[in-house]
Design a protein. Structure first.
Length: 92
């Protein structure tokens, strides 16, 4: 399995508070561990298919990550809140 952090993901992280950045980092690391080790999802980590090959993972209620999962490639695209996710889905 390969993981890639897109420039759009890096830009979106810069706009988050330090608390939200920590939650996003934790959620991304936990997701990577789940996918690499084929284990069950951690309690408190939400995983949801949005549309097509776009997925959302969240840690808590505020910090959400959108990623594209195609075969063995996972591309982290956006980190943000619920409204950021809705805006992304509307445009894609």
């Amino acid at each position: 399995m390969r993981f890639e952090f897109k420039p759009s993901f890096d830009r979106s992280i810069k706009q988050l508070s330090s608390v939200d950045k920590a939650e996003v980092k934790d959620a991304a690391l936990r997701l990577i561990e789940v996918l690499l080790k084929d284990r069950e999802i951690y309690e408190g980590l939400g995983l949801k298919r949005l549309k097509g090959s776009f997925w959302e993972v969240r840690q808590g209620l505020k910090a959400r990550i959108i990623f594209h999962w195609d075969g063995d490639l996972v591309e982290f695209i956006l980190a943000g809140n619920h409204n950021d996710v809705k805006r992304f889905l509307k445009n894609n």
